[in-house]
Design a protein around this ligand. Sequence first.
Ligand code: IMP
Ligand code: MG
Length: 192
Amino acid sequence: MTSKSASPPAPEVSARASAPKVEALFSSAEIASRIDALADAIAAWRTSKEPLALIGVLRGAVPFVADLARALHARKVPLLIDYVSAESYKGTASTGQVALGAPPTISVAGCDMVIVDDILDTGLTLAAVKDSFERTMPARIASCVLLDKTTRRLNGLEAEFVGFECPDVFVVGYGMDLDGRFRELPFIGTVR
Ligand code: IMP
Ligand code: MG
């Protein structure tokens, strides 16, 4: 790992601590309002007459995909939804290697495709996922991330649709975890 890929400072509590405190960074109301704005932008970007393919990156993007999908439905955008699993983090540190699971089986040829992830950090995950979907022949591919840690990028990758710029701290909640914990929180915060 290069010095640029050094991981954010580890929280001083374990994921199993009985009463860890999570300090809010983005409230559920702020998240909901940004998702409405993202849905507007994605609906305006779409040009293909085929359904829009929303591909969520497991596991962190699950709540985001669900809320974004409903916001797109409210804007009358028909969807094809599927997921791909990608793993690059152990605890609070990026391993620098991306392990991708089996690709979705739905046909997305000719569809506009949006790859949806919780957080864009080094950029390695999104680059690997985007790359693996080029061969499925979508009309166009864009990516949508709820959070963007712009200072940690290793490959210059930018997402077309970004919810919030995120400081270089390890965050949990709204799908994001520390060793499996905190995904259920309706807000995003840091573990204290
Ligand atoms: P990248 O490949 O370094 O861009 O990492 C992206 C993936 O790392 C995301 O999909 C998350 O699963 C995970 N990740 C990066 N930063 C955080 C964080 O602060 N909290 C939780 N997961 C994170
Ligand atoms: Mg992830």
